[in-house]
Design a binder for this molecule. Structure first.
Ligand code: BDR
Ligand code: CA
Length: 311
């Protein structure tokens, strides 16, 4: 039976590729895709979720959730990686939708309609999840599992020297989720960074004549270009896609139970994830953390999975 999932995301180029992988894989039943602010404004990520789904036209359409802004967004430079509109500045148009609901409401409704069965895969800041847990305090015990891309164990960030983007953008919400009584697996930068893709990856995507092939080539060609121009890098990392791979193929990863928290204040460390890894830890373990990944097998799995979108 397919695993029921909600994908909470902030497209974002890697979010868009992650959606492509998830929406066409028969092992996942994507019940809802909920937008969250992050790589672009709340309005923009909401439009981007719709744009990705309309571009890909998957066999089953999920419910959609609307993002709403966080109170004080930090200054970030996600546009350098994802474009001003979060989706490679291609200017996708979307049809007008009626009866839209906030992401946190959609999360609550979908989890409540299948208690203990829904996995939430969080690919952006954890704002919606924290709001859902506040809105419905019983929800924590009804969520099957949360898989979240974010944080670092080795302490080497990407948006600041110590913080990873998704946690840094809304550290208070990340802390709420980390401390919640939910079953969680974190896929941190330490692991996602190991999966570097080069231009030959694009050649192995579905044919350009298919909807998915055209969409993926357009956004990924942009990604390779800005990585080279802005950072002098020949390879790219699609962090969020690695989190979907963990949901699809847990056997390709090793995880360790850890006790994790989030720094919400520090002048130099705001948004950093902190783990009690002392020889005699005093904090209680609250999540599994991916620590090792079979890189060639994950890349092979990504290619095979994305090809399903082109058939
Ligand atoms: C995360 O930051 C975002 O820019 C990506 O979409 C990914 O979710 C990686 O740090
Ligand atoms: Ca993301």
């Amino acid at each position: 039976m397919a695993r029921k999932v909600i994908i909470d995301c902030d497209p974002g180029i890697d979010d868009a590729v992650a959606l492509c992988l998830a929406l066409f894989d028969p092992r996942l039943e994507v019940l809802a895709v909920t937008a969250t602010e992050g790589n672009a404004s709340a309005d923009q990520t909401t439009r981007n979720v719709q744009a990705v789904i309309e571009q890909l036209d998957p066999p089953r359409y999920p419910r959609l959730g609307v993002a709403s802004p966080i109170e004080i967004p930090p200054p970030t430079f996600a546009w350098k990686l994802h474009g001003n509109d979060g989706l490679a500045d291609i200017g996708y148009r979307v049809s007008e939708l009626h009866h839209q609901h906030l992401s946190e409401k959609v999360i609550c409704d979908v989890v409540r309609s299948s208690p203990d069965q829904v996995t939430i895969i969080a690919l952006g800041p954890l704002t919606n999840l924290a709001r859902a847990l506040r809105r419905d305090p019983e929800l924590a015990t009804m969520i099957g599992q949360i898989i979240m891309m974010g944080g670092t164990v080795d302490g080497i960030g990407n948006v600041t020297p110590t913080a990873e983007f998704n946690i840094y953008y809304d550290p208070e919400s990340a802390r709420t989720v980390f401390q919640s009584a939910t079953t969680k697996t974190l896929v941190p930068l330490d692991v996602t960074r190991k999966v570097t893709l080069f231009l030959d990856f694009v050649d192995q995507l579905p044919e350009e004549t298919s909807r998915a092939g055209k969409f993926l080539r357009d956004i990924l060609t942009y990604s390779f270009r800005v990585h080279r121009q802005n950072f002098g890098m020949e390879g790219i990392q699609l962090h969020d896609v690695v989190a979907i791979m963990l949901a699809l193929h847990p056997e390709l990863f090793e995880t360790e139970p850890m006790a994790g928290d989030v720094e919400t204040q520090g002048e130099l460390t705001k948004g950093a994830t902190v783990f009690d890894r002392r020889p005699r830890p005093e904090w209680q373990q609250n999540m599994e953390v991916a620590t090792l990944v079979d890189v060639p097998a994950v890349i092979d799995g990504m290619i095979r999975g994305l090809r399903l979108a082109g058939t």
